[in-house]
Design a protein around this ligand. Structure first.
Ligand code: AHR
Length: 483
């Protein structure tokens, strides 16, 4: 076996197009994600655009943010959209995941949709099934998208937006097997049919998302929907990775466990695809919406492996290089499943869980998660193709240390290659000429902070020709994109 890992990009073996929606995000009114994270209000001393902090807004413009889901999460099933329109906004209890916050509704529908336009994101609204009604969700859809001069459209116009917003993606509830009402799959399925029927009457172009869960739930739900596939455009599943131990003080074994768990997300997508296929065959293409994913460390959990969570710290956790590598592992799977996965949204966009951006007062910094989104930018909208990796290092379990994903667009190729080995560097031969953007740091547990915002950042590195291709030296626990 050669000591280096040699990559071959098999341009004829196409997985599918990498929809920009696979690089989506999620903003929930949870802890300091929306309030404080993206929204500070128009009167804030923190520089802002219409109430949205400018530093975060500019950072989001510079990172792929093609899709943004809002307002929850569990929060969605308490949210009444009328509270967030017009001049007078009532203060309500903001409730999600055991946290209660005072919610002044300053950030409502118009603010959110205008923000999406500013940052170049498509909006995805999650409707309230838990404490709302079919009529309430239909009204929200009509308010946002209708052009007939109804009372709701006149109201939208008087609130400053005569043009329909044209929001395509609508979630019918969230985690309705749990926080969204503790339904069973059969009753949720029936209820979904009622909601989706009425929503389609209001806007036949809306893309509706039904709420999946685990294998058993998904099979039962698809059974309920098998003759109503025309009511479903996307099938939502969530996957949080919880087996990697502490956010920063993890063992070698836990480091590898987290990456494996991230890899297994692909198996979950495949399993879900098979269930959908089995129920509806080719009658209807239903995309899988992995609309919450990411690392959830035990320090901010009261459930699952190693949970510590006494004080949940607003679900603000360490965001290290290891977490960013786990995201890269997941992206490899997303590309391979490009044909069945219709969207994916990391949880969450600012401050909460696996956040690309963190804030504290008027300070803002980018986490390693931000940089992996930025370095994957060349893959968006490109064709995902198979990459062969031959030779090179192995991990303690015998699997290859070097893994890669590749895409082609017109005549250009982009390759993202990881060295998953925690302690050893890897030499990689790559059939693509160019320079590499490398994300590396001394320790996999390194992270950025307000006083050290540039500890883990992207660096440009050169490739060396060796007669058969170009050679890149990848440090331990690192990742690079060559485009
Ligand atoms: O992302 C945090 C929470 O996790 C969401 O509100 C919920 O949908 C999931 O359980």
């Amino acid at each position: 076996m050669p000591e280096f890992a040699a990559l071959t990009v098999l341009t004829d073996e196409v997985f599918g197009t990498v929809s920009p929606r696979l690089y989506g995000h999620f903003a929930e009114h949870l802890g300091r994600c929306c309030y404080d994270g993206i929204w500070v209000g128009r009167g804030s001393p923190i520089p802002n655009w219409n109430g949205f902090r400018l530093d975060v807004l500019n950072a989001l413009k510079a990172m792929p943010t093609p899709l943004l889901r809002w307002p929850g999460g569990c929060y969605a099933d308490h949210y009444h959209w009328r509270d967030g329109i017009g001049p007078s906004r009532p203060v309500r209890l903001g409730m999600s995941c055991g946290l209660q916050v005072e919610d002044d509704n300053g950030l409502g529908t118009h603010e959110f949709l205008d923000y999406c336009k500013q940052i170049g994101a498509e909006a995805y609204l999650a409707g309230n099934m838990g404490s709302g009604s079919v009529q309430e969700m239909c009204d929200w859809l009509e308010y946002c998208n209708a052009s007939v001069q109804t009372e709701l459209v006149k109201e939208r116009t008087s609130n400053g937006h005569a043009e329909p917003y044209g929001v395509k993606l609508w979630g019918v509830g969230n985690e309705n097997w749990g926080c969204g009402g503790h339904y069973d799959a059969d009753s949720y399925g029936l209820e979904y049919r009622r909601y989706a029927t009425m929503l389609q009457h209001v806007d036949p172009n809306a893309e509706l998302v039904t709420c999946g869960h685990n294998k058993e739930w998904n099979e039962r739900l698809m059974d309920k929907l098998r003759h109503h596939a025309f009511l479903v455009d996307h099938f939502s599943i969530h996957r949080y990775w919880v087996t990697g131990g502490s956010g920063t003080a993890f063992s070698d074994e836990q480091y590898y466990k987290l990456l494996r768990e991230a890899d297994e997300t692909e198996d979950f997508v495949k399993e879900t695809r098979a269930i959908i296929q089995d129920a509806v065959g080719d009658k209807k293409k239903i995309g899988i919406a992995l609309d919450e994913w990411g690392v959830w460390h035990p320090e901010v959990r009261q459930w699952g492996e190693d949970a510590v969570g006494g004080d949940l710290n607003n679900y603000e956790q360490a965001c290290t290089l290891r977490d960013a590598l786990a995201a890269c592992a997941a992206f490899e799977g997303f590309h391979r499943q490009a044909d069945s996965l219709s969207m994916a949204n990391i949880a969450q966009i600012v401050n909460v869980l696996q956040a690309p951006i963190r804030t504290e007062g008027d300070a803002m910094w980018l986490t390693p998660n931000y940089h992996v989104f930025a370095m994957h930018e060349p893959h968006l909208g490109a064709q995902a193709v198979r990459v062969l990796v031959e030779g090179g290092l192995s991990l303690p379990d015998g699997s290859p240390a070097v893994t890669a994903t590749a895409t082609t667009k017109d005549s250009r190729k982009a390759v993202t290659v990881m060295n998953r080995h925690l302690h050893e560097g890897a030499t990689v031969r790559i059939p693509v000429e160019g320079s590499a953007k490398l994300l590396a740091s001394d320790r996999a547990s390194d992270e950025n902070g307000p006083d050290s915002p540039d500890r883990v950042v992207l660096r440009e590195v050169g490739l060396t020709p060796d007669g058969n291709g170009w050679v890149l030296e990848l440090p331990p626990h690192s990742v690079a994109t060559i485009a």
